[in-house]
Design a protein. Sequence first.
Lengths: 330, 334
Amino acid sequence: MTTSTTENTSPVVLQVDGLKTYFETRWGTVRAVDGVSFDLRRGETLGIVGESGSGKSVTMLSLMRLIPEPPGRIVDGQILLEGQDLVQLSDKEMSEIRGSQIALIIQDPMTSLNPVFSIGNQVGEAIKIHQDIPKRTVVQQVLDVLRKVNIPAAETRVRDYPHQMSGGMRQRVVGAIGISCEPIVLIADEPTTSLDVTIQAQYLKLLKELQEASNIGLIFITHDFGIVAKMCDRVAVMYAGRIVEMGDVRDIFNHPSHPYTEALLSSVPKLEEDVDRLYSIEGQPPTLHDLPPGCPFAPRCQYVMDKCLETYPSQFDVSDSHYAACWRLE
Amino acid sequence: MTTLEANPMTQTTSEVLLEASGLKKHFPVTKGLLISKVTGWIKAVDGVSFQIRAGETLGIVGESGCGKSTTAKMLLQLEEPTEGTIRYQGDEIHNATAEQRRAYRSSVQAVFQDPWSSLNPRMRVRDLIAEPMVINLNLSRREMQDRVAKLLNDVGLSSYHANLYPHEFSGGQRQRLAIARALSVEPRVIVLDEPVSALDVSIRAQIMNLLMDLQNEYNVSYLLIAHHLATVRYMCDWVAVMYLGQIVEYGPTKELFDNASHPYTKALMNAALPSHPDIEQEEMILTGEVPSPLNPPEGCRFHPRCPFVMDRCSRDIPQVTELEPGHVVSCHLY
């Protein structure tokens, strides 16, 4: 696996190696994540892009060790957070790390906040669990973190309940919970899909500022290449449970080397210019319990060859910091 | 069909199908359960005028709460306007006879955002698609069957799909079904309320291209409600930008995107995500959120968030100014 060497030379905080998460269902084994490897440095933003069913959310849940077992199971691989393998930890050990060193911002603030507890209570919960400090200090820390995410009049809003806040404010509260214990890795799972565009712009700017202030390693899970273009340093494109292409954000946009990435990029309408006709990818994403033996994108690929239908392609380097899994690069 | 490059003067030649003028919808806010009292009015739509021309697409963009869906509902006669008129081919629909209203309802159809909830799960596809025809057209069983098969073909499905139920389809296919259903009574206008935003990225282009092909084939006009600006740029001939129940800027797509004039339109475009990491965007991030339509700001409704706010903005309601033929803006800057 290649790593970015040009710009970011800070230490690697998270290293994922050959992660496989399978689910046992009545239709057979679903290989939701099937051999995913990447690393993340301090202060770096990694985008994981994919459609529904590509395995991006299961990857995120695996990193947090939140896979429901059964039916799910991390069958293989390592998740090294500053050298410590999260896969090997007991539930108790993991719950000390989850929320304090590796934290999560979930996509839907309507459902991820509990409607019967006040904002202060919910932001304070993580702080209380992970730090042994007196109540007064907890209150102070809650106010500090609410101010950090730019909630106006934090002293009064802290007693509010989720329904009293707007969508944008609620998403800020979810962000506040994420950063409340100063994690070293923060995972944001489609944090802006339910927000309006102007509110989304505010929130993305806030996330960027928070990341720079504390030098957090940020993982952005998204389906939107626009967010990747705006926020990310490196990108991993997922399809049917595997990373099909990974590289620096400019390499991916300028030289997409996997046909799926290329097709996705040319199927998005552009704000800046007129497009006569968009390229459209035919067919549907595959169902994961019944994958063909070769490349899972082969049935939709415009460059498909015989080999693609037989064997899953190996990874080929396009440059030092860019690889793709496609037989065309052989 | 006119292309995006066509200049606005030539565009105005096609026939105006649907015209809304001064459309308002105010919802009462009531207090008390048994003896309820009106304590205020939510001005969801407050004086909106636009035209939809034959074979063209008008896009309405804006954030949640700007009144774009309420406007669509009024066109579909799902809401009665508080004030203002809707004219269809020159006739006002509110004074129309029951017969004319029926005809209007079948010539204005809708496709909604979420194909998981807009199709009845207990009906087979053939009944779903035939339902509007059963109500509005007098066809024999045989003709009906043929029409369903043709519609399925036109939207990229096969005639054997007619026997299946909606749950057997993926999101993109369901949206195709919803489109076939809307087309079944040969409408002149289809209201598309966020037709692709619930779909996967790789499916969106399929549906957008399908809609544009069908527009040519059936010569139907679209009213596209969307929040994604790039989608609007791709699909629309005309764009109206709405903020708090009013249209702040309106014009031909290319002109509006190249010379966005209202500060809100500019802010929306700057807030939209870039299509390439090297595209430098101006920093113009709006502060605050959309105020409540219960108590909209005095003067220009955008002034509390506007970076170019002047004294008169909080006092006077801006007049509509025509910058280029067809391109109008309501802002004191012009």
